[in-house]
Design a protein around this ligand. Structure first.
Ligand code: CO8
Length: 256
């Protein structure tokens, strides 16, 4: 039974809320284990097509748990590969949307970037304040944020630790879209439901192909995409989708 998150099934959408309000959803070891285990379990749940990860109105997550880190030595951090388990997010195959209101700082911003789409409330504040604690990001920001927004902009954020508001995050390409805080949940649900209603095998292939673009040279990525495209012809939903188009009717997806 998860203690640091709340999982709701809303039709084909899994809605996961980080739930450590007393610490602004700071990410400790337990949050990491519960979020990653839940998302990987939802991958095996045929009734779910898309997940949402969100926090509270005040904080998506205010970073890795500084109280958990504060007493630790190098040997303990290195020896336990502290917080390295977040890498499991890269094995989640179904889409995950981050719905961000309030603070998404440090590890919070990094977890949002591990998701596939980031929707931001106009109250969202993103940043990588690690420099102010005498460390650097450790859950991917130096790699993911740099790829997303470019070296000079990322460097300025890392080296000053300043926060950026939702409008800036959208302008730089970190957030897909900004919505009024009061509409974040409804807008996120609308998007998640639209994705969850899509033919699942094609959704999985899409996510795999896009993520491959970060890992491979262009010609390898293009070949990978083409092979996945061709494999889609083995799915029932491909047959249904194209037949429905030809017959001028709406497709009925089986997610197979
Ligand atoms: N960890 C633990 N507790 C936290 C954290 C955190 N990151 N953030 C907030 N809290 C706690 C506060 O201690 C406070 O608890 P209490 O009431 O018991 O004193 C409670 O949440 C509320 O916080 P504030 O009173 O500070 O709320 P404010 O509204 O005044 O301020 C801020 C909100 C600006 C978000 C402020 O809380 C803040 O600056 N928090 C820290 C932000 C930060 O530095 N985050 C980066 C952490 S480092 C990191 O994420 C590195 C990740 C990589 C690690 C990988 C290792 C391999």
């Amino acid at each position: 039974m998860a203690e640091t998150i709340v999982l709701e099934r809303r039709g084909r959408v899994a809605w996961i809320t980080l739930n450590r309000p007393q610490a602004l959803n700071a990410l400790n070891e337990q949050v990491m284990l519960e979020v990653t285990a839940t998302l990987l379990e939802l991958d095996r749940d045929e009734a779910i097509g898309c997940s949402v990860l969100t926090g509270s109105a005040k904080a998506f997550a205010a970073g890795a748990d500084i109280r958990e880190m504060q007493p630790q030595s190098f040997a303990e951090m290195f020896g336990t590969d502290w917080i390295g388990g977040w890498d499991a997010m890269t094995r989640v195959r179904k889409p995950v949307i981050a719905a961000v209101a309030g603070y998404a700082l440090g590890g919070g911003c990094e977890v949002a970037m591990m998701c596939d789409i980031v929707l931001a409330a106009d109250t969202a504040k993103f940043g990588q304040p690690e420099i102010k604690l005498g460390v650097i990001p450790g859950m991917g920001a130096t790699q993911r944020l740099t790829r997303l927004i470019g070296k000079s902009r990322a460097m300025e954020l890392f080296l000053t630790g300043r926060m950026m508001d939702a409008a800036e995050a959208e302008r730089l390409g970190l957030a897909t879209r900004v919505v009024p805080a009061g509409e974040l949940e409804a807008e996120t649900m609308k998007l998640a439901e639209a994705i969850a209603a899509m033919p699942l095998q094609a959704v999985l292939m899409m996510k795999e192909a896009v993520n491959r673009s970060f890992e491979t040279p262009l010609h390898e990525g293009l070949l990978f995409e083409r092979r996945l495209f061709q494999s889609a012809f083995a799915t029932e939903d491909r047959t249904e989708g194209m037949t429905a188009f030809v017959e001028k009717r709406a497709p009925v997806w089986k997610h197979r």
